[in-house]
Design a protein around this ligand. Structure first.
Ligand code: ZN
Length: 499
């Protein structure tokens, strides 16, 4: 039957009052219309986004930890929920397991006095006892460590580099365990070593204490008091999942890849960070099934972003060079409903922060900017520093981009004039706190961010016009350049707030 006749018969059914659900069911897939930016944007309703955010919050609050952190029931249920919403007639869906050591319980005594301590994600389970040794200079360099720490426990402050590096250096000198102490307010509950263990440089059991507790131990050691510590760290090897859904239709050699992380921190349900991005993508994945695409669209919900971008890191590591080449552009979305938001676009061309992304990243930034310009919204730029899941893609030389509402950074006067809200106030005062709930989302920002994602997804689902074809030589050079820039960035204050 030719297309027109089908359309007419559906119209006739609708006209004579037959349930429109039936009409939709009768419509053969091949007669869907090709996606456009406007059509995909028009499918988005803030009510639908909000309803999904409420489901994520309910998932968190109905589980023992009241969060969606990796290794928790809340995160497992989040992954199951995402998976359940994806139409397997339209998408090929896979769950990619990432195995991690997730702490359960830690104990610590110093000279037989109990100190409250927390496990650290990725550190192995174990027990240790022995004299405590303070490591100078934050323990990011081999030279900070004594020749041998055999039978000893190393006391190391947070800062400058990831704890994974510090613990690997301590382990290389045969320390039996590490006590990590904070360099800011708060316990190190849920803290991660942030890098995968290298079999050649394994981790040792690591427990975290507060800054005050760490400094008190340090003061005793400095005044000549010997401290004997005993610690235990219980942990489970947990498999946590990336969810990957790719349209069955479209050119799989030229994929538009859109992603965000599905996990939260320990402190709360993580609804802006990153329930918002999770839901924006999920709603788009649902709505895209109403259309046809020319290029394959791949959605990914990464696990363990909060523990050091581990899900995305694992995913990129598993890709062959040929598979990397198929991803024409990776767009990542983290924190789409920050209460004191700014429309921040990753500075892919390096014009604002001198940190340039691989070929195609500049064009992605310009397209986001053109979109916001086109609807009369102000926008600004943020450093393309690899602080969310696009980082491993940048390092692999894959073009990337994205937008974000902002985390713990402070809104400037200039941004206040552009976006309203409050100057001198963080973009999200509830960042990584238990107040990151459905009640504290900026819904106006969220729908606009979601529309921008829809625009980019639809545009590149139809054509790669405007995005230069990937040139591996240039990409390689850019990615080396990125490595240099990243090391410079790691000395900045913004990075220090993160490690
Ligand atoms: Zn996040």
């Amino acid at each position: 039957m030719p297309p027109m006749a089908i359309l007419k018969s559906i119209a006739a059914l609708a006209a004579c009052g037959v349930a429109s659900a039936n009409a939709a069911a009768l419509e053969p897939r091949q007669y869907k219309t090709q996606v456009t930016s406007k059509a995909l944007i028009d499918t988005l309703q803030i009510e639908n986004l909000f309803a999904k955010a409420e489901i994520l919050q309910e998932i968190a609050y109905s589980t023992p930890g009241k969060n969606r952190v990796i290794g928790s029931l809340g995160h497992e249920k989040t992954v199951a929920y995402i998976r359940s919403q994806i139409d397997t007639d339209y998408y090929d869906v896979s769950l990619q397991g990432v195995e991690l050591s997730v702490g359960i319980n830690a104990t610590l005594t110093a000279n037989n006095k109990t100190i409250e301590a927390y496990t650290t994600t990725l550190a192995p389970a174990g027990t240790a006892a022995g004299p405590l040794v303070a490591i100078p200079n934050l323990g990011c360099e081999e030279a900070d460590f004594a020749e041998s720490l055999e039978g000893k426990v190393a006391l190391i402050q947070r800062g400058t580099c990831s704890f994974g590096i510090k613990v690997q250096l301590a382990a290389a000198k045969k320390a039996s365990a590490v006590i990590a102490y904070n360099n800011a307010e708060g316990t190190l509950e849920g803290y991660s070593l942030q890098v995968f263990p290298d079999p050649a440089k394994p981790f040792v059991p690591t427990v975290g204490v507060t800054q005050g507790q760490g400094e008190a131990l340090l003061a005793q050691l400095e005044s000549g008091v010997a401290i004997n510590v005993a610690l235990t760290s219980e942990a489970n090897l947990t498999t946590t999942y990336n969810v990957i859904a790719e349209t069955k239709q479209g050119d799989h050699e030229n994929v538009i890849h859109v992603s965000g992380h599905s996990d939260s921190v320990t402190a709360g349900p993580g609804i802006n960070d990153n329930g918002s991005g999770t839901v924006s993508l999920l709603e788009l994945a649902v709505q895209l099934t109403n259309f046809t695409v020319v290029n394959a669209v791949r959605f990914s919900w990464w696990t363990a972003e909060e523990a050091g971008l581990l899900g995305a890191e694992y995913y990129v590591k598993q890709l062959s060079q040929a598979e990397k080449h198929k991803i024409r552009l990776l767009l990542d979305f983290d924190m789409m409903a920050s209460p004191n938001f700014a429309y921040q676009i990753y500075d892919g061309d390096g014009s604002a922060f001198n940190l340039t992304g691989p070929t195609g990243s500049a064009e992605a930034e310009h397209e986001f900017a053109a979109y916001f310009d086109g609807i009369g919204l102000n926008h600004t730029e943020i450093e393309f520093d690899g602080r969310s899941d696009y980082g491993p893609f940048l390092e692999a030389g894959i073009a990337a981009g994205g937008i974000a509402g902002g985390a713990e950074g402070i809104k400037t006067q200039e941004e206040f004039e552009m976006f309203g809200g409050g100057a001198g106030v963080p973009y999200d005062v509830n960042y990584h706190e238990n107040g990151d709930t459905v009640n504290n989302l900026n819904l106006d920002a969220w729908i606009e961010f979601s529309r921008a994602i829809a625009h980019m997804t639809a545009k590149y689902a139809v054509s790669w016009e405007g995005i230069p074809s990937r040139n591996s030589t240039v990409s390689q050079k850019r990615s080396e350049n990125y490595g240099v820039m990243k090391r410079a960035f790691q000395r900045t204050k913004r990075y220090q707030a993160w490690v």
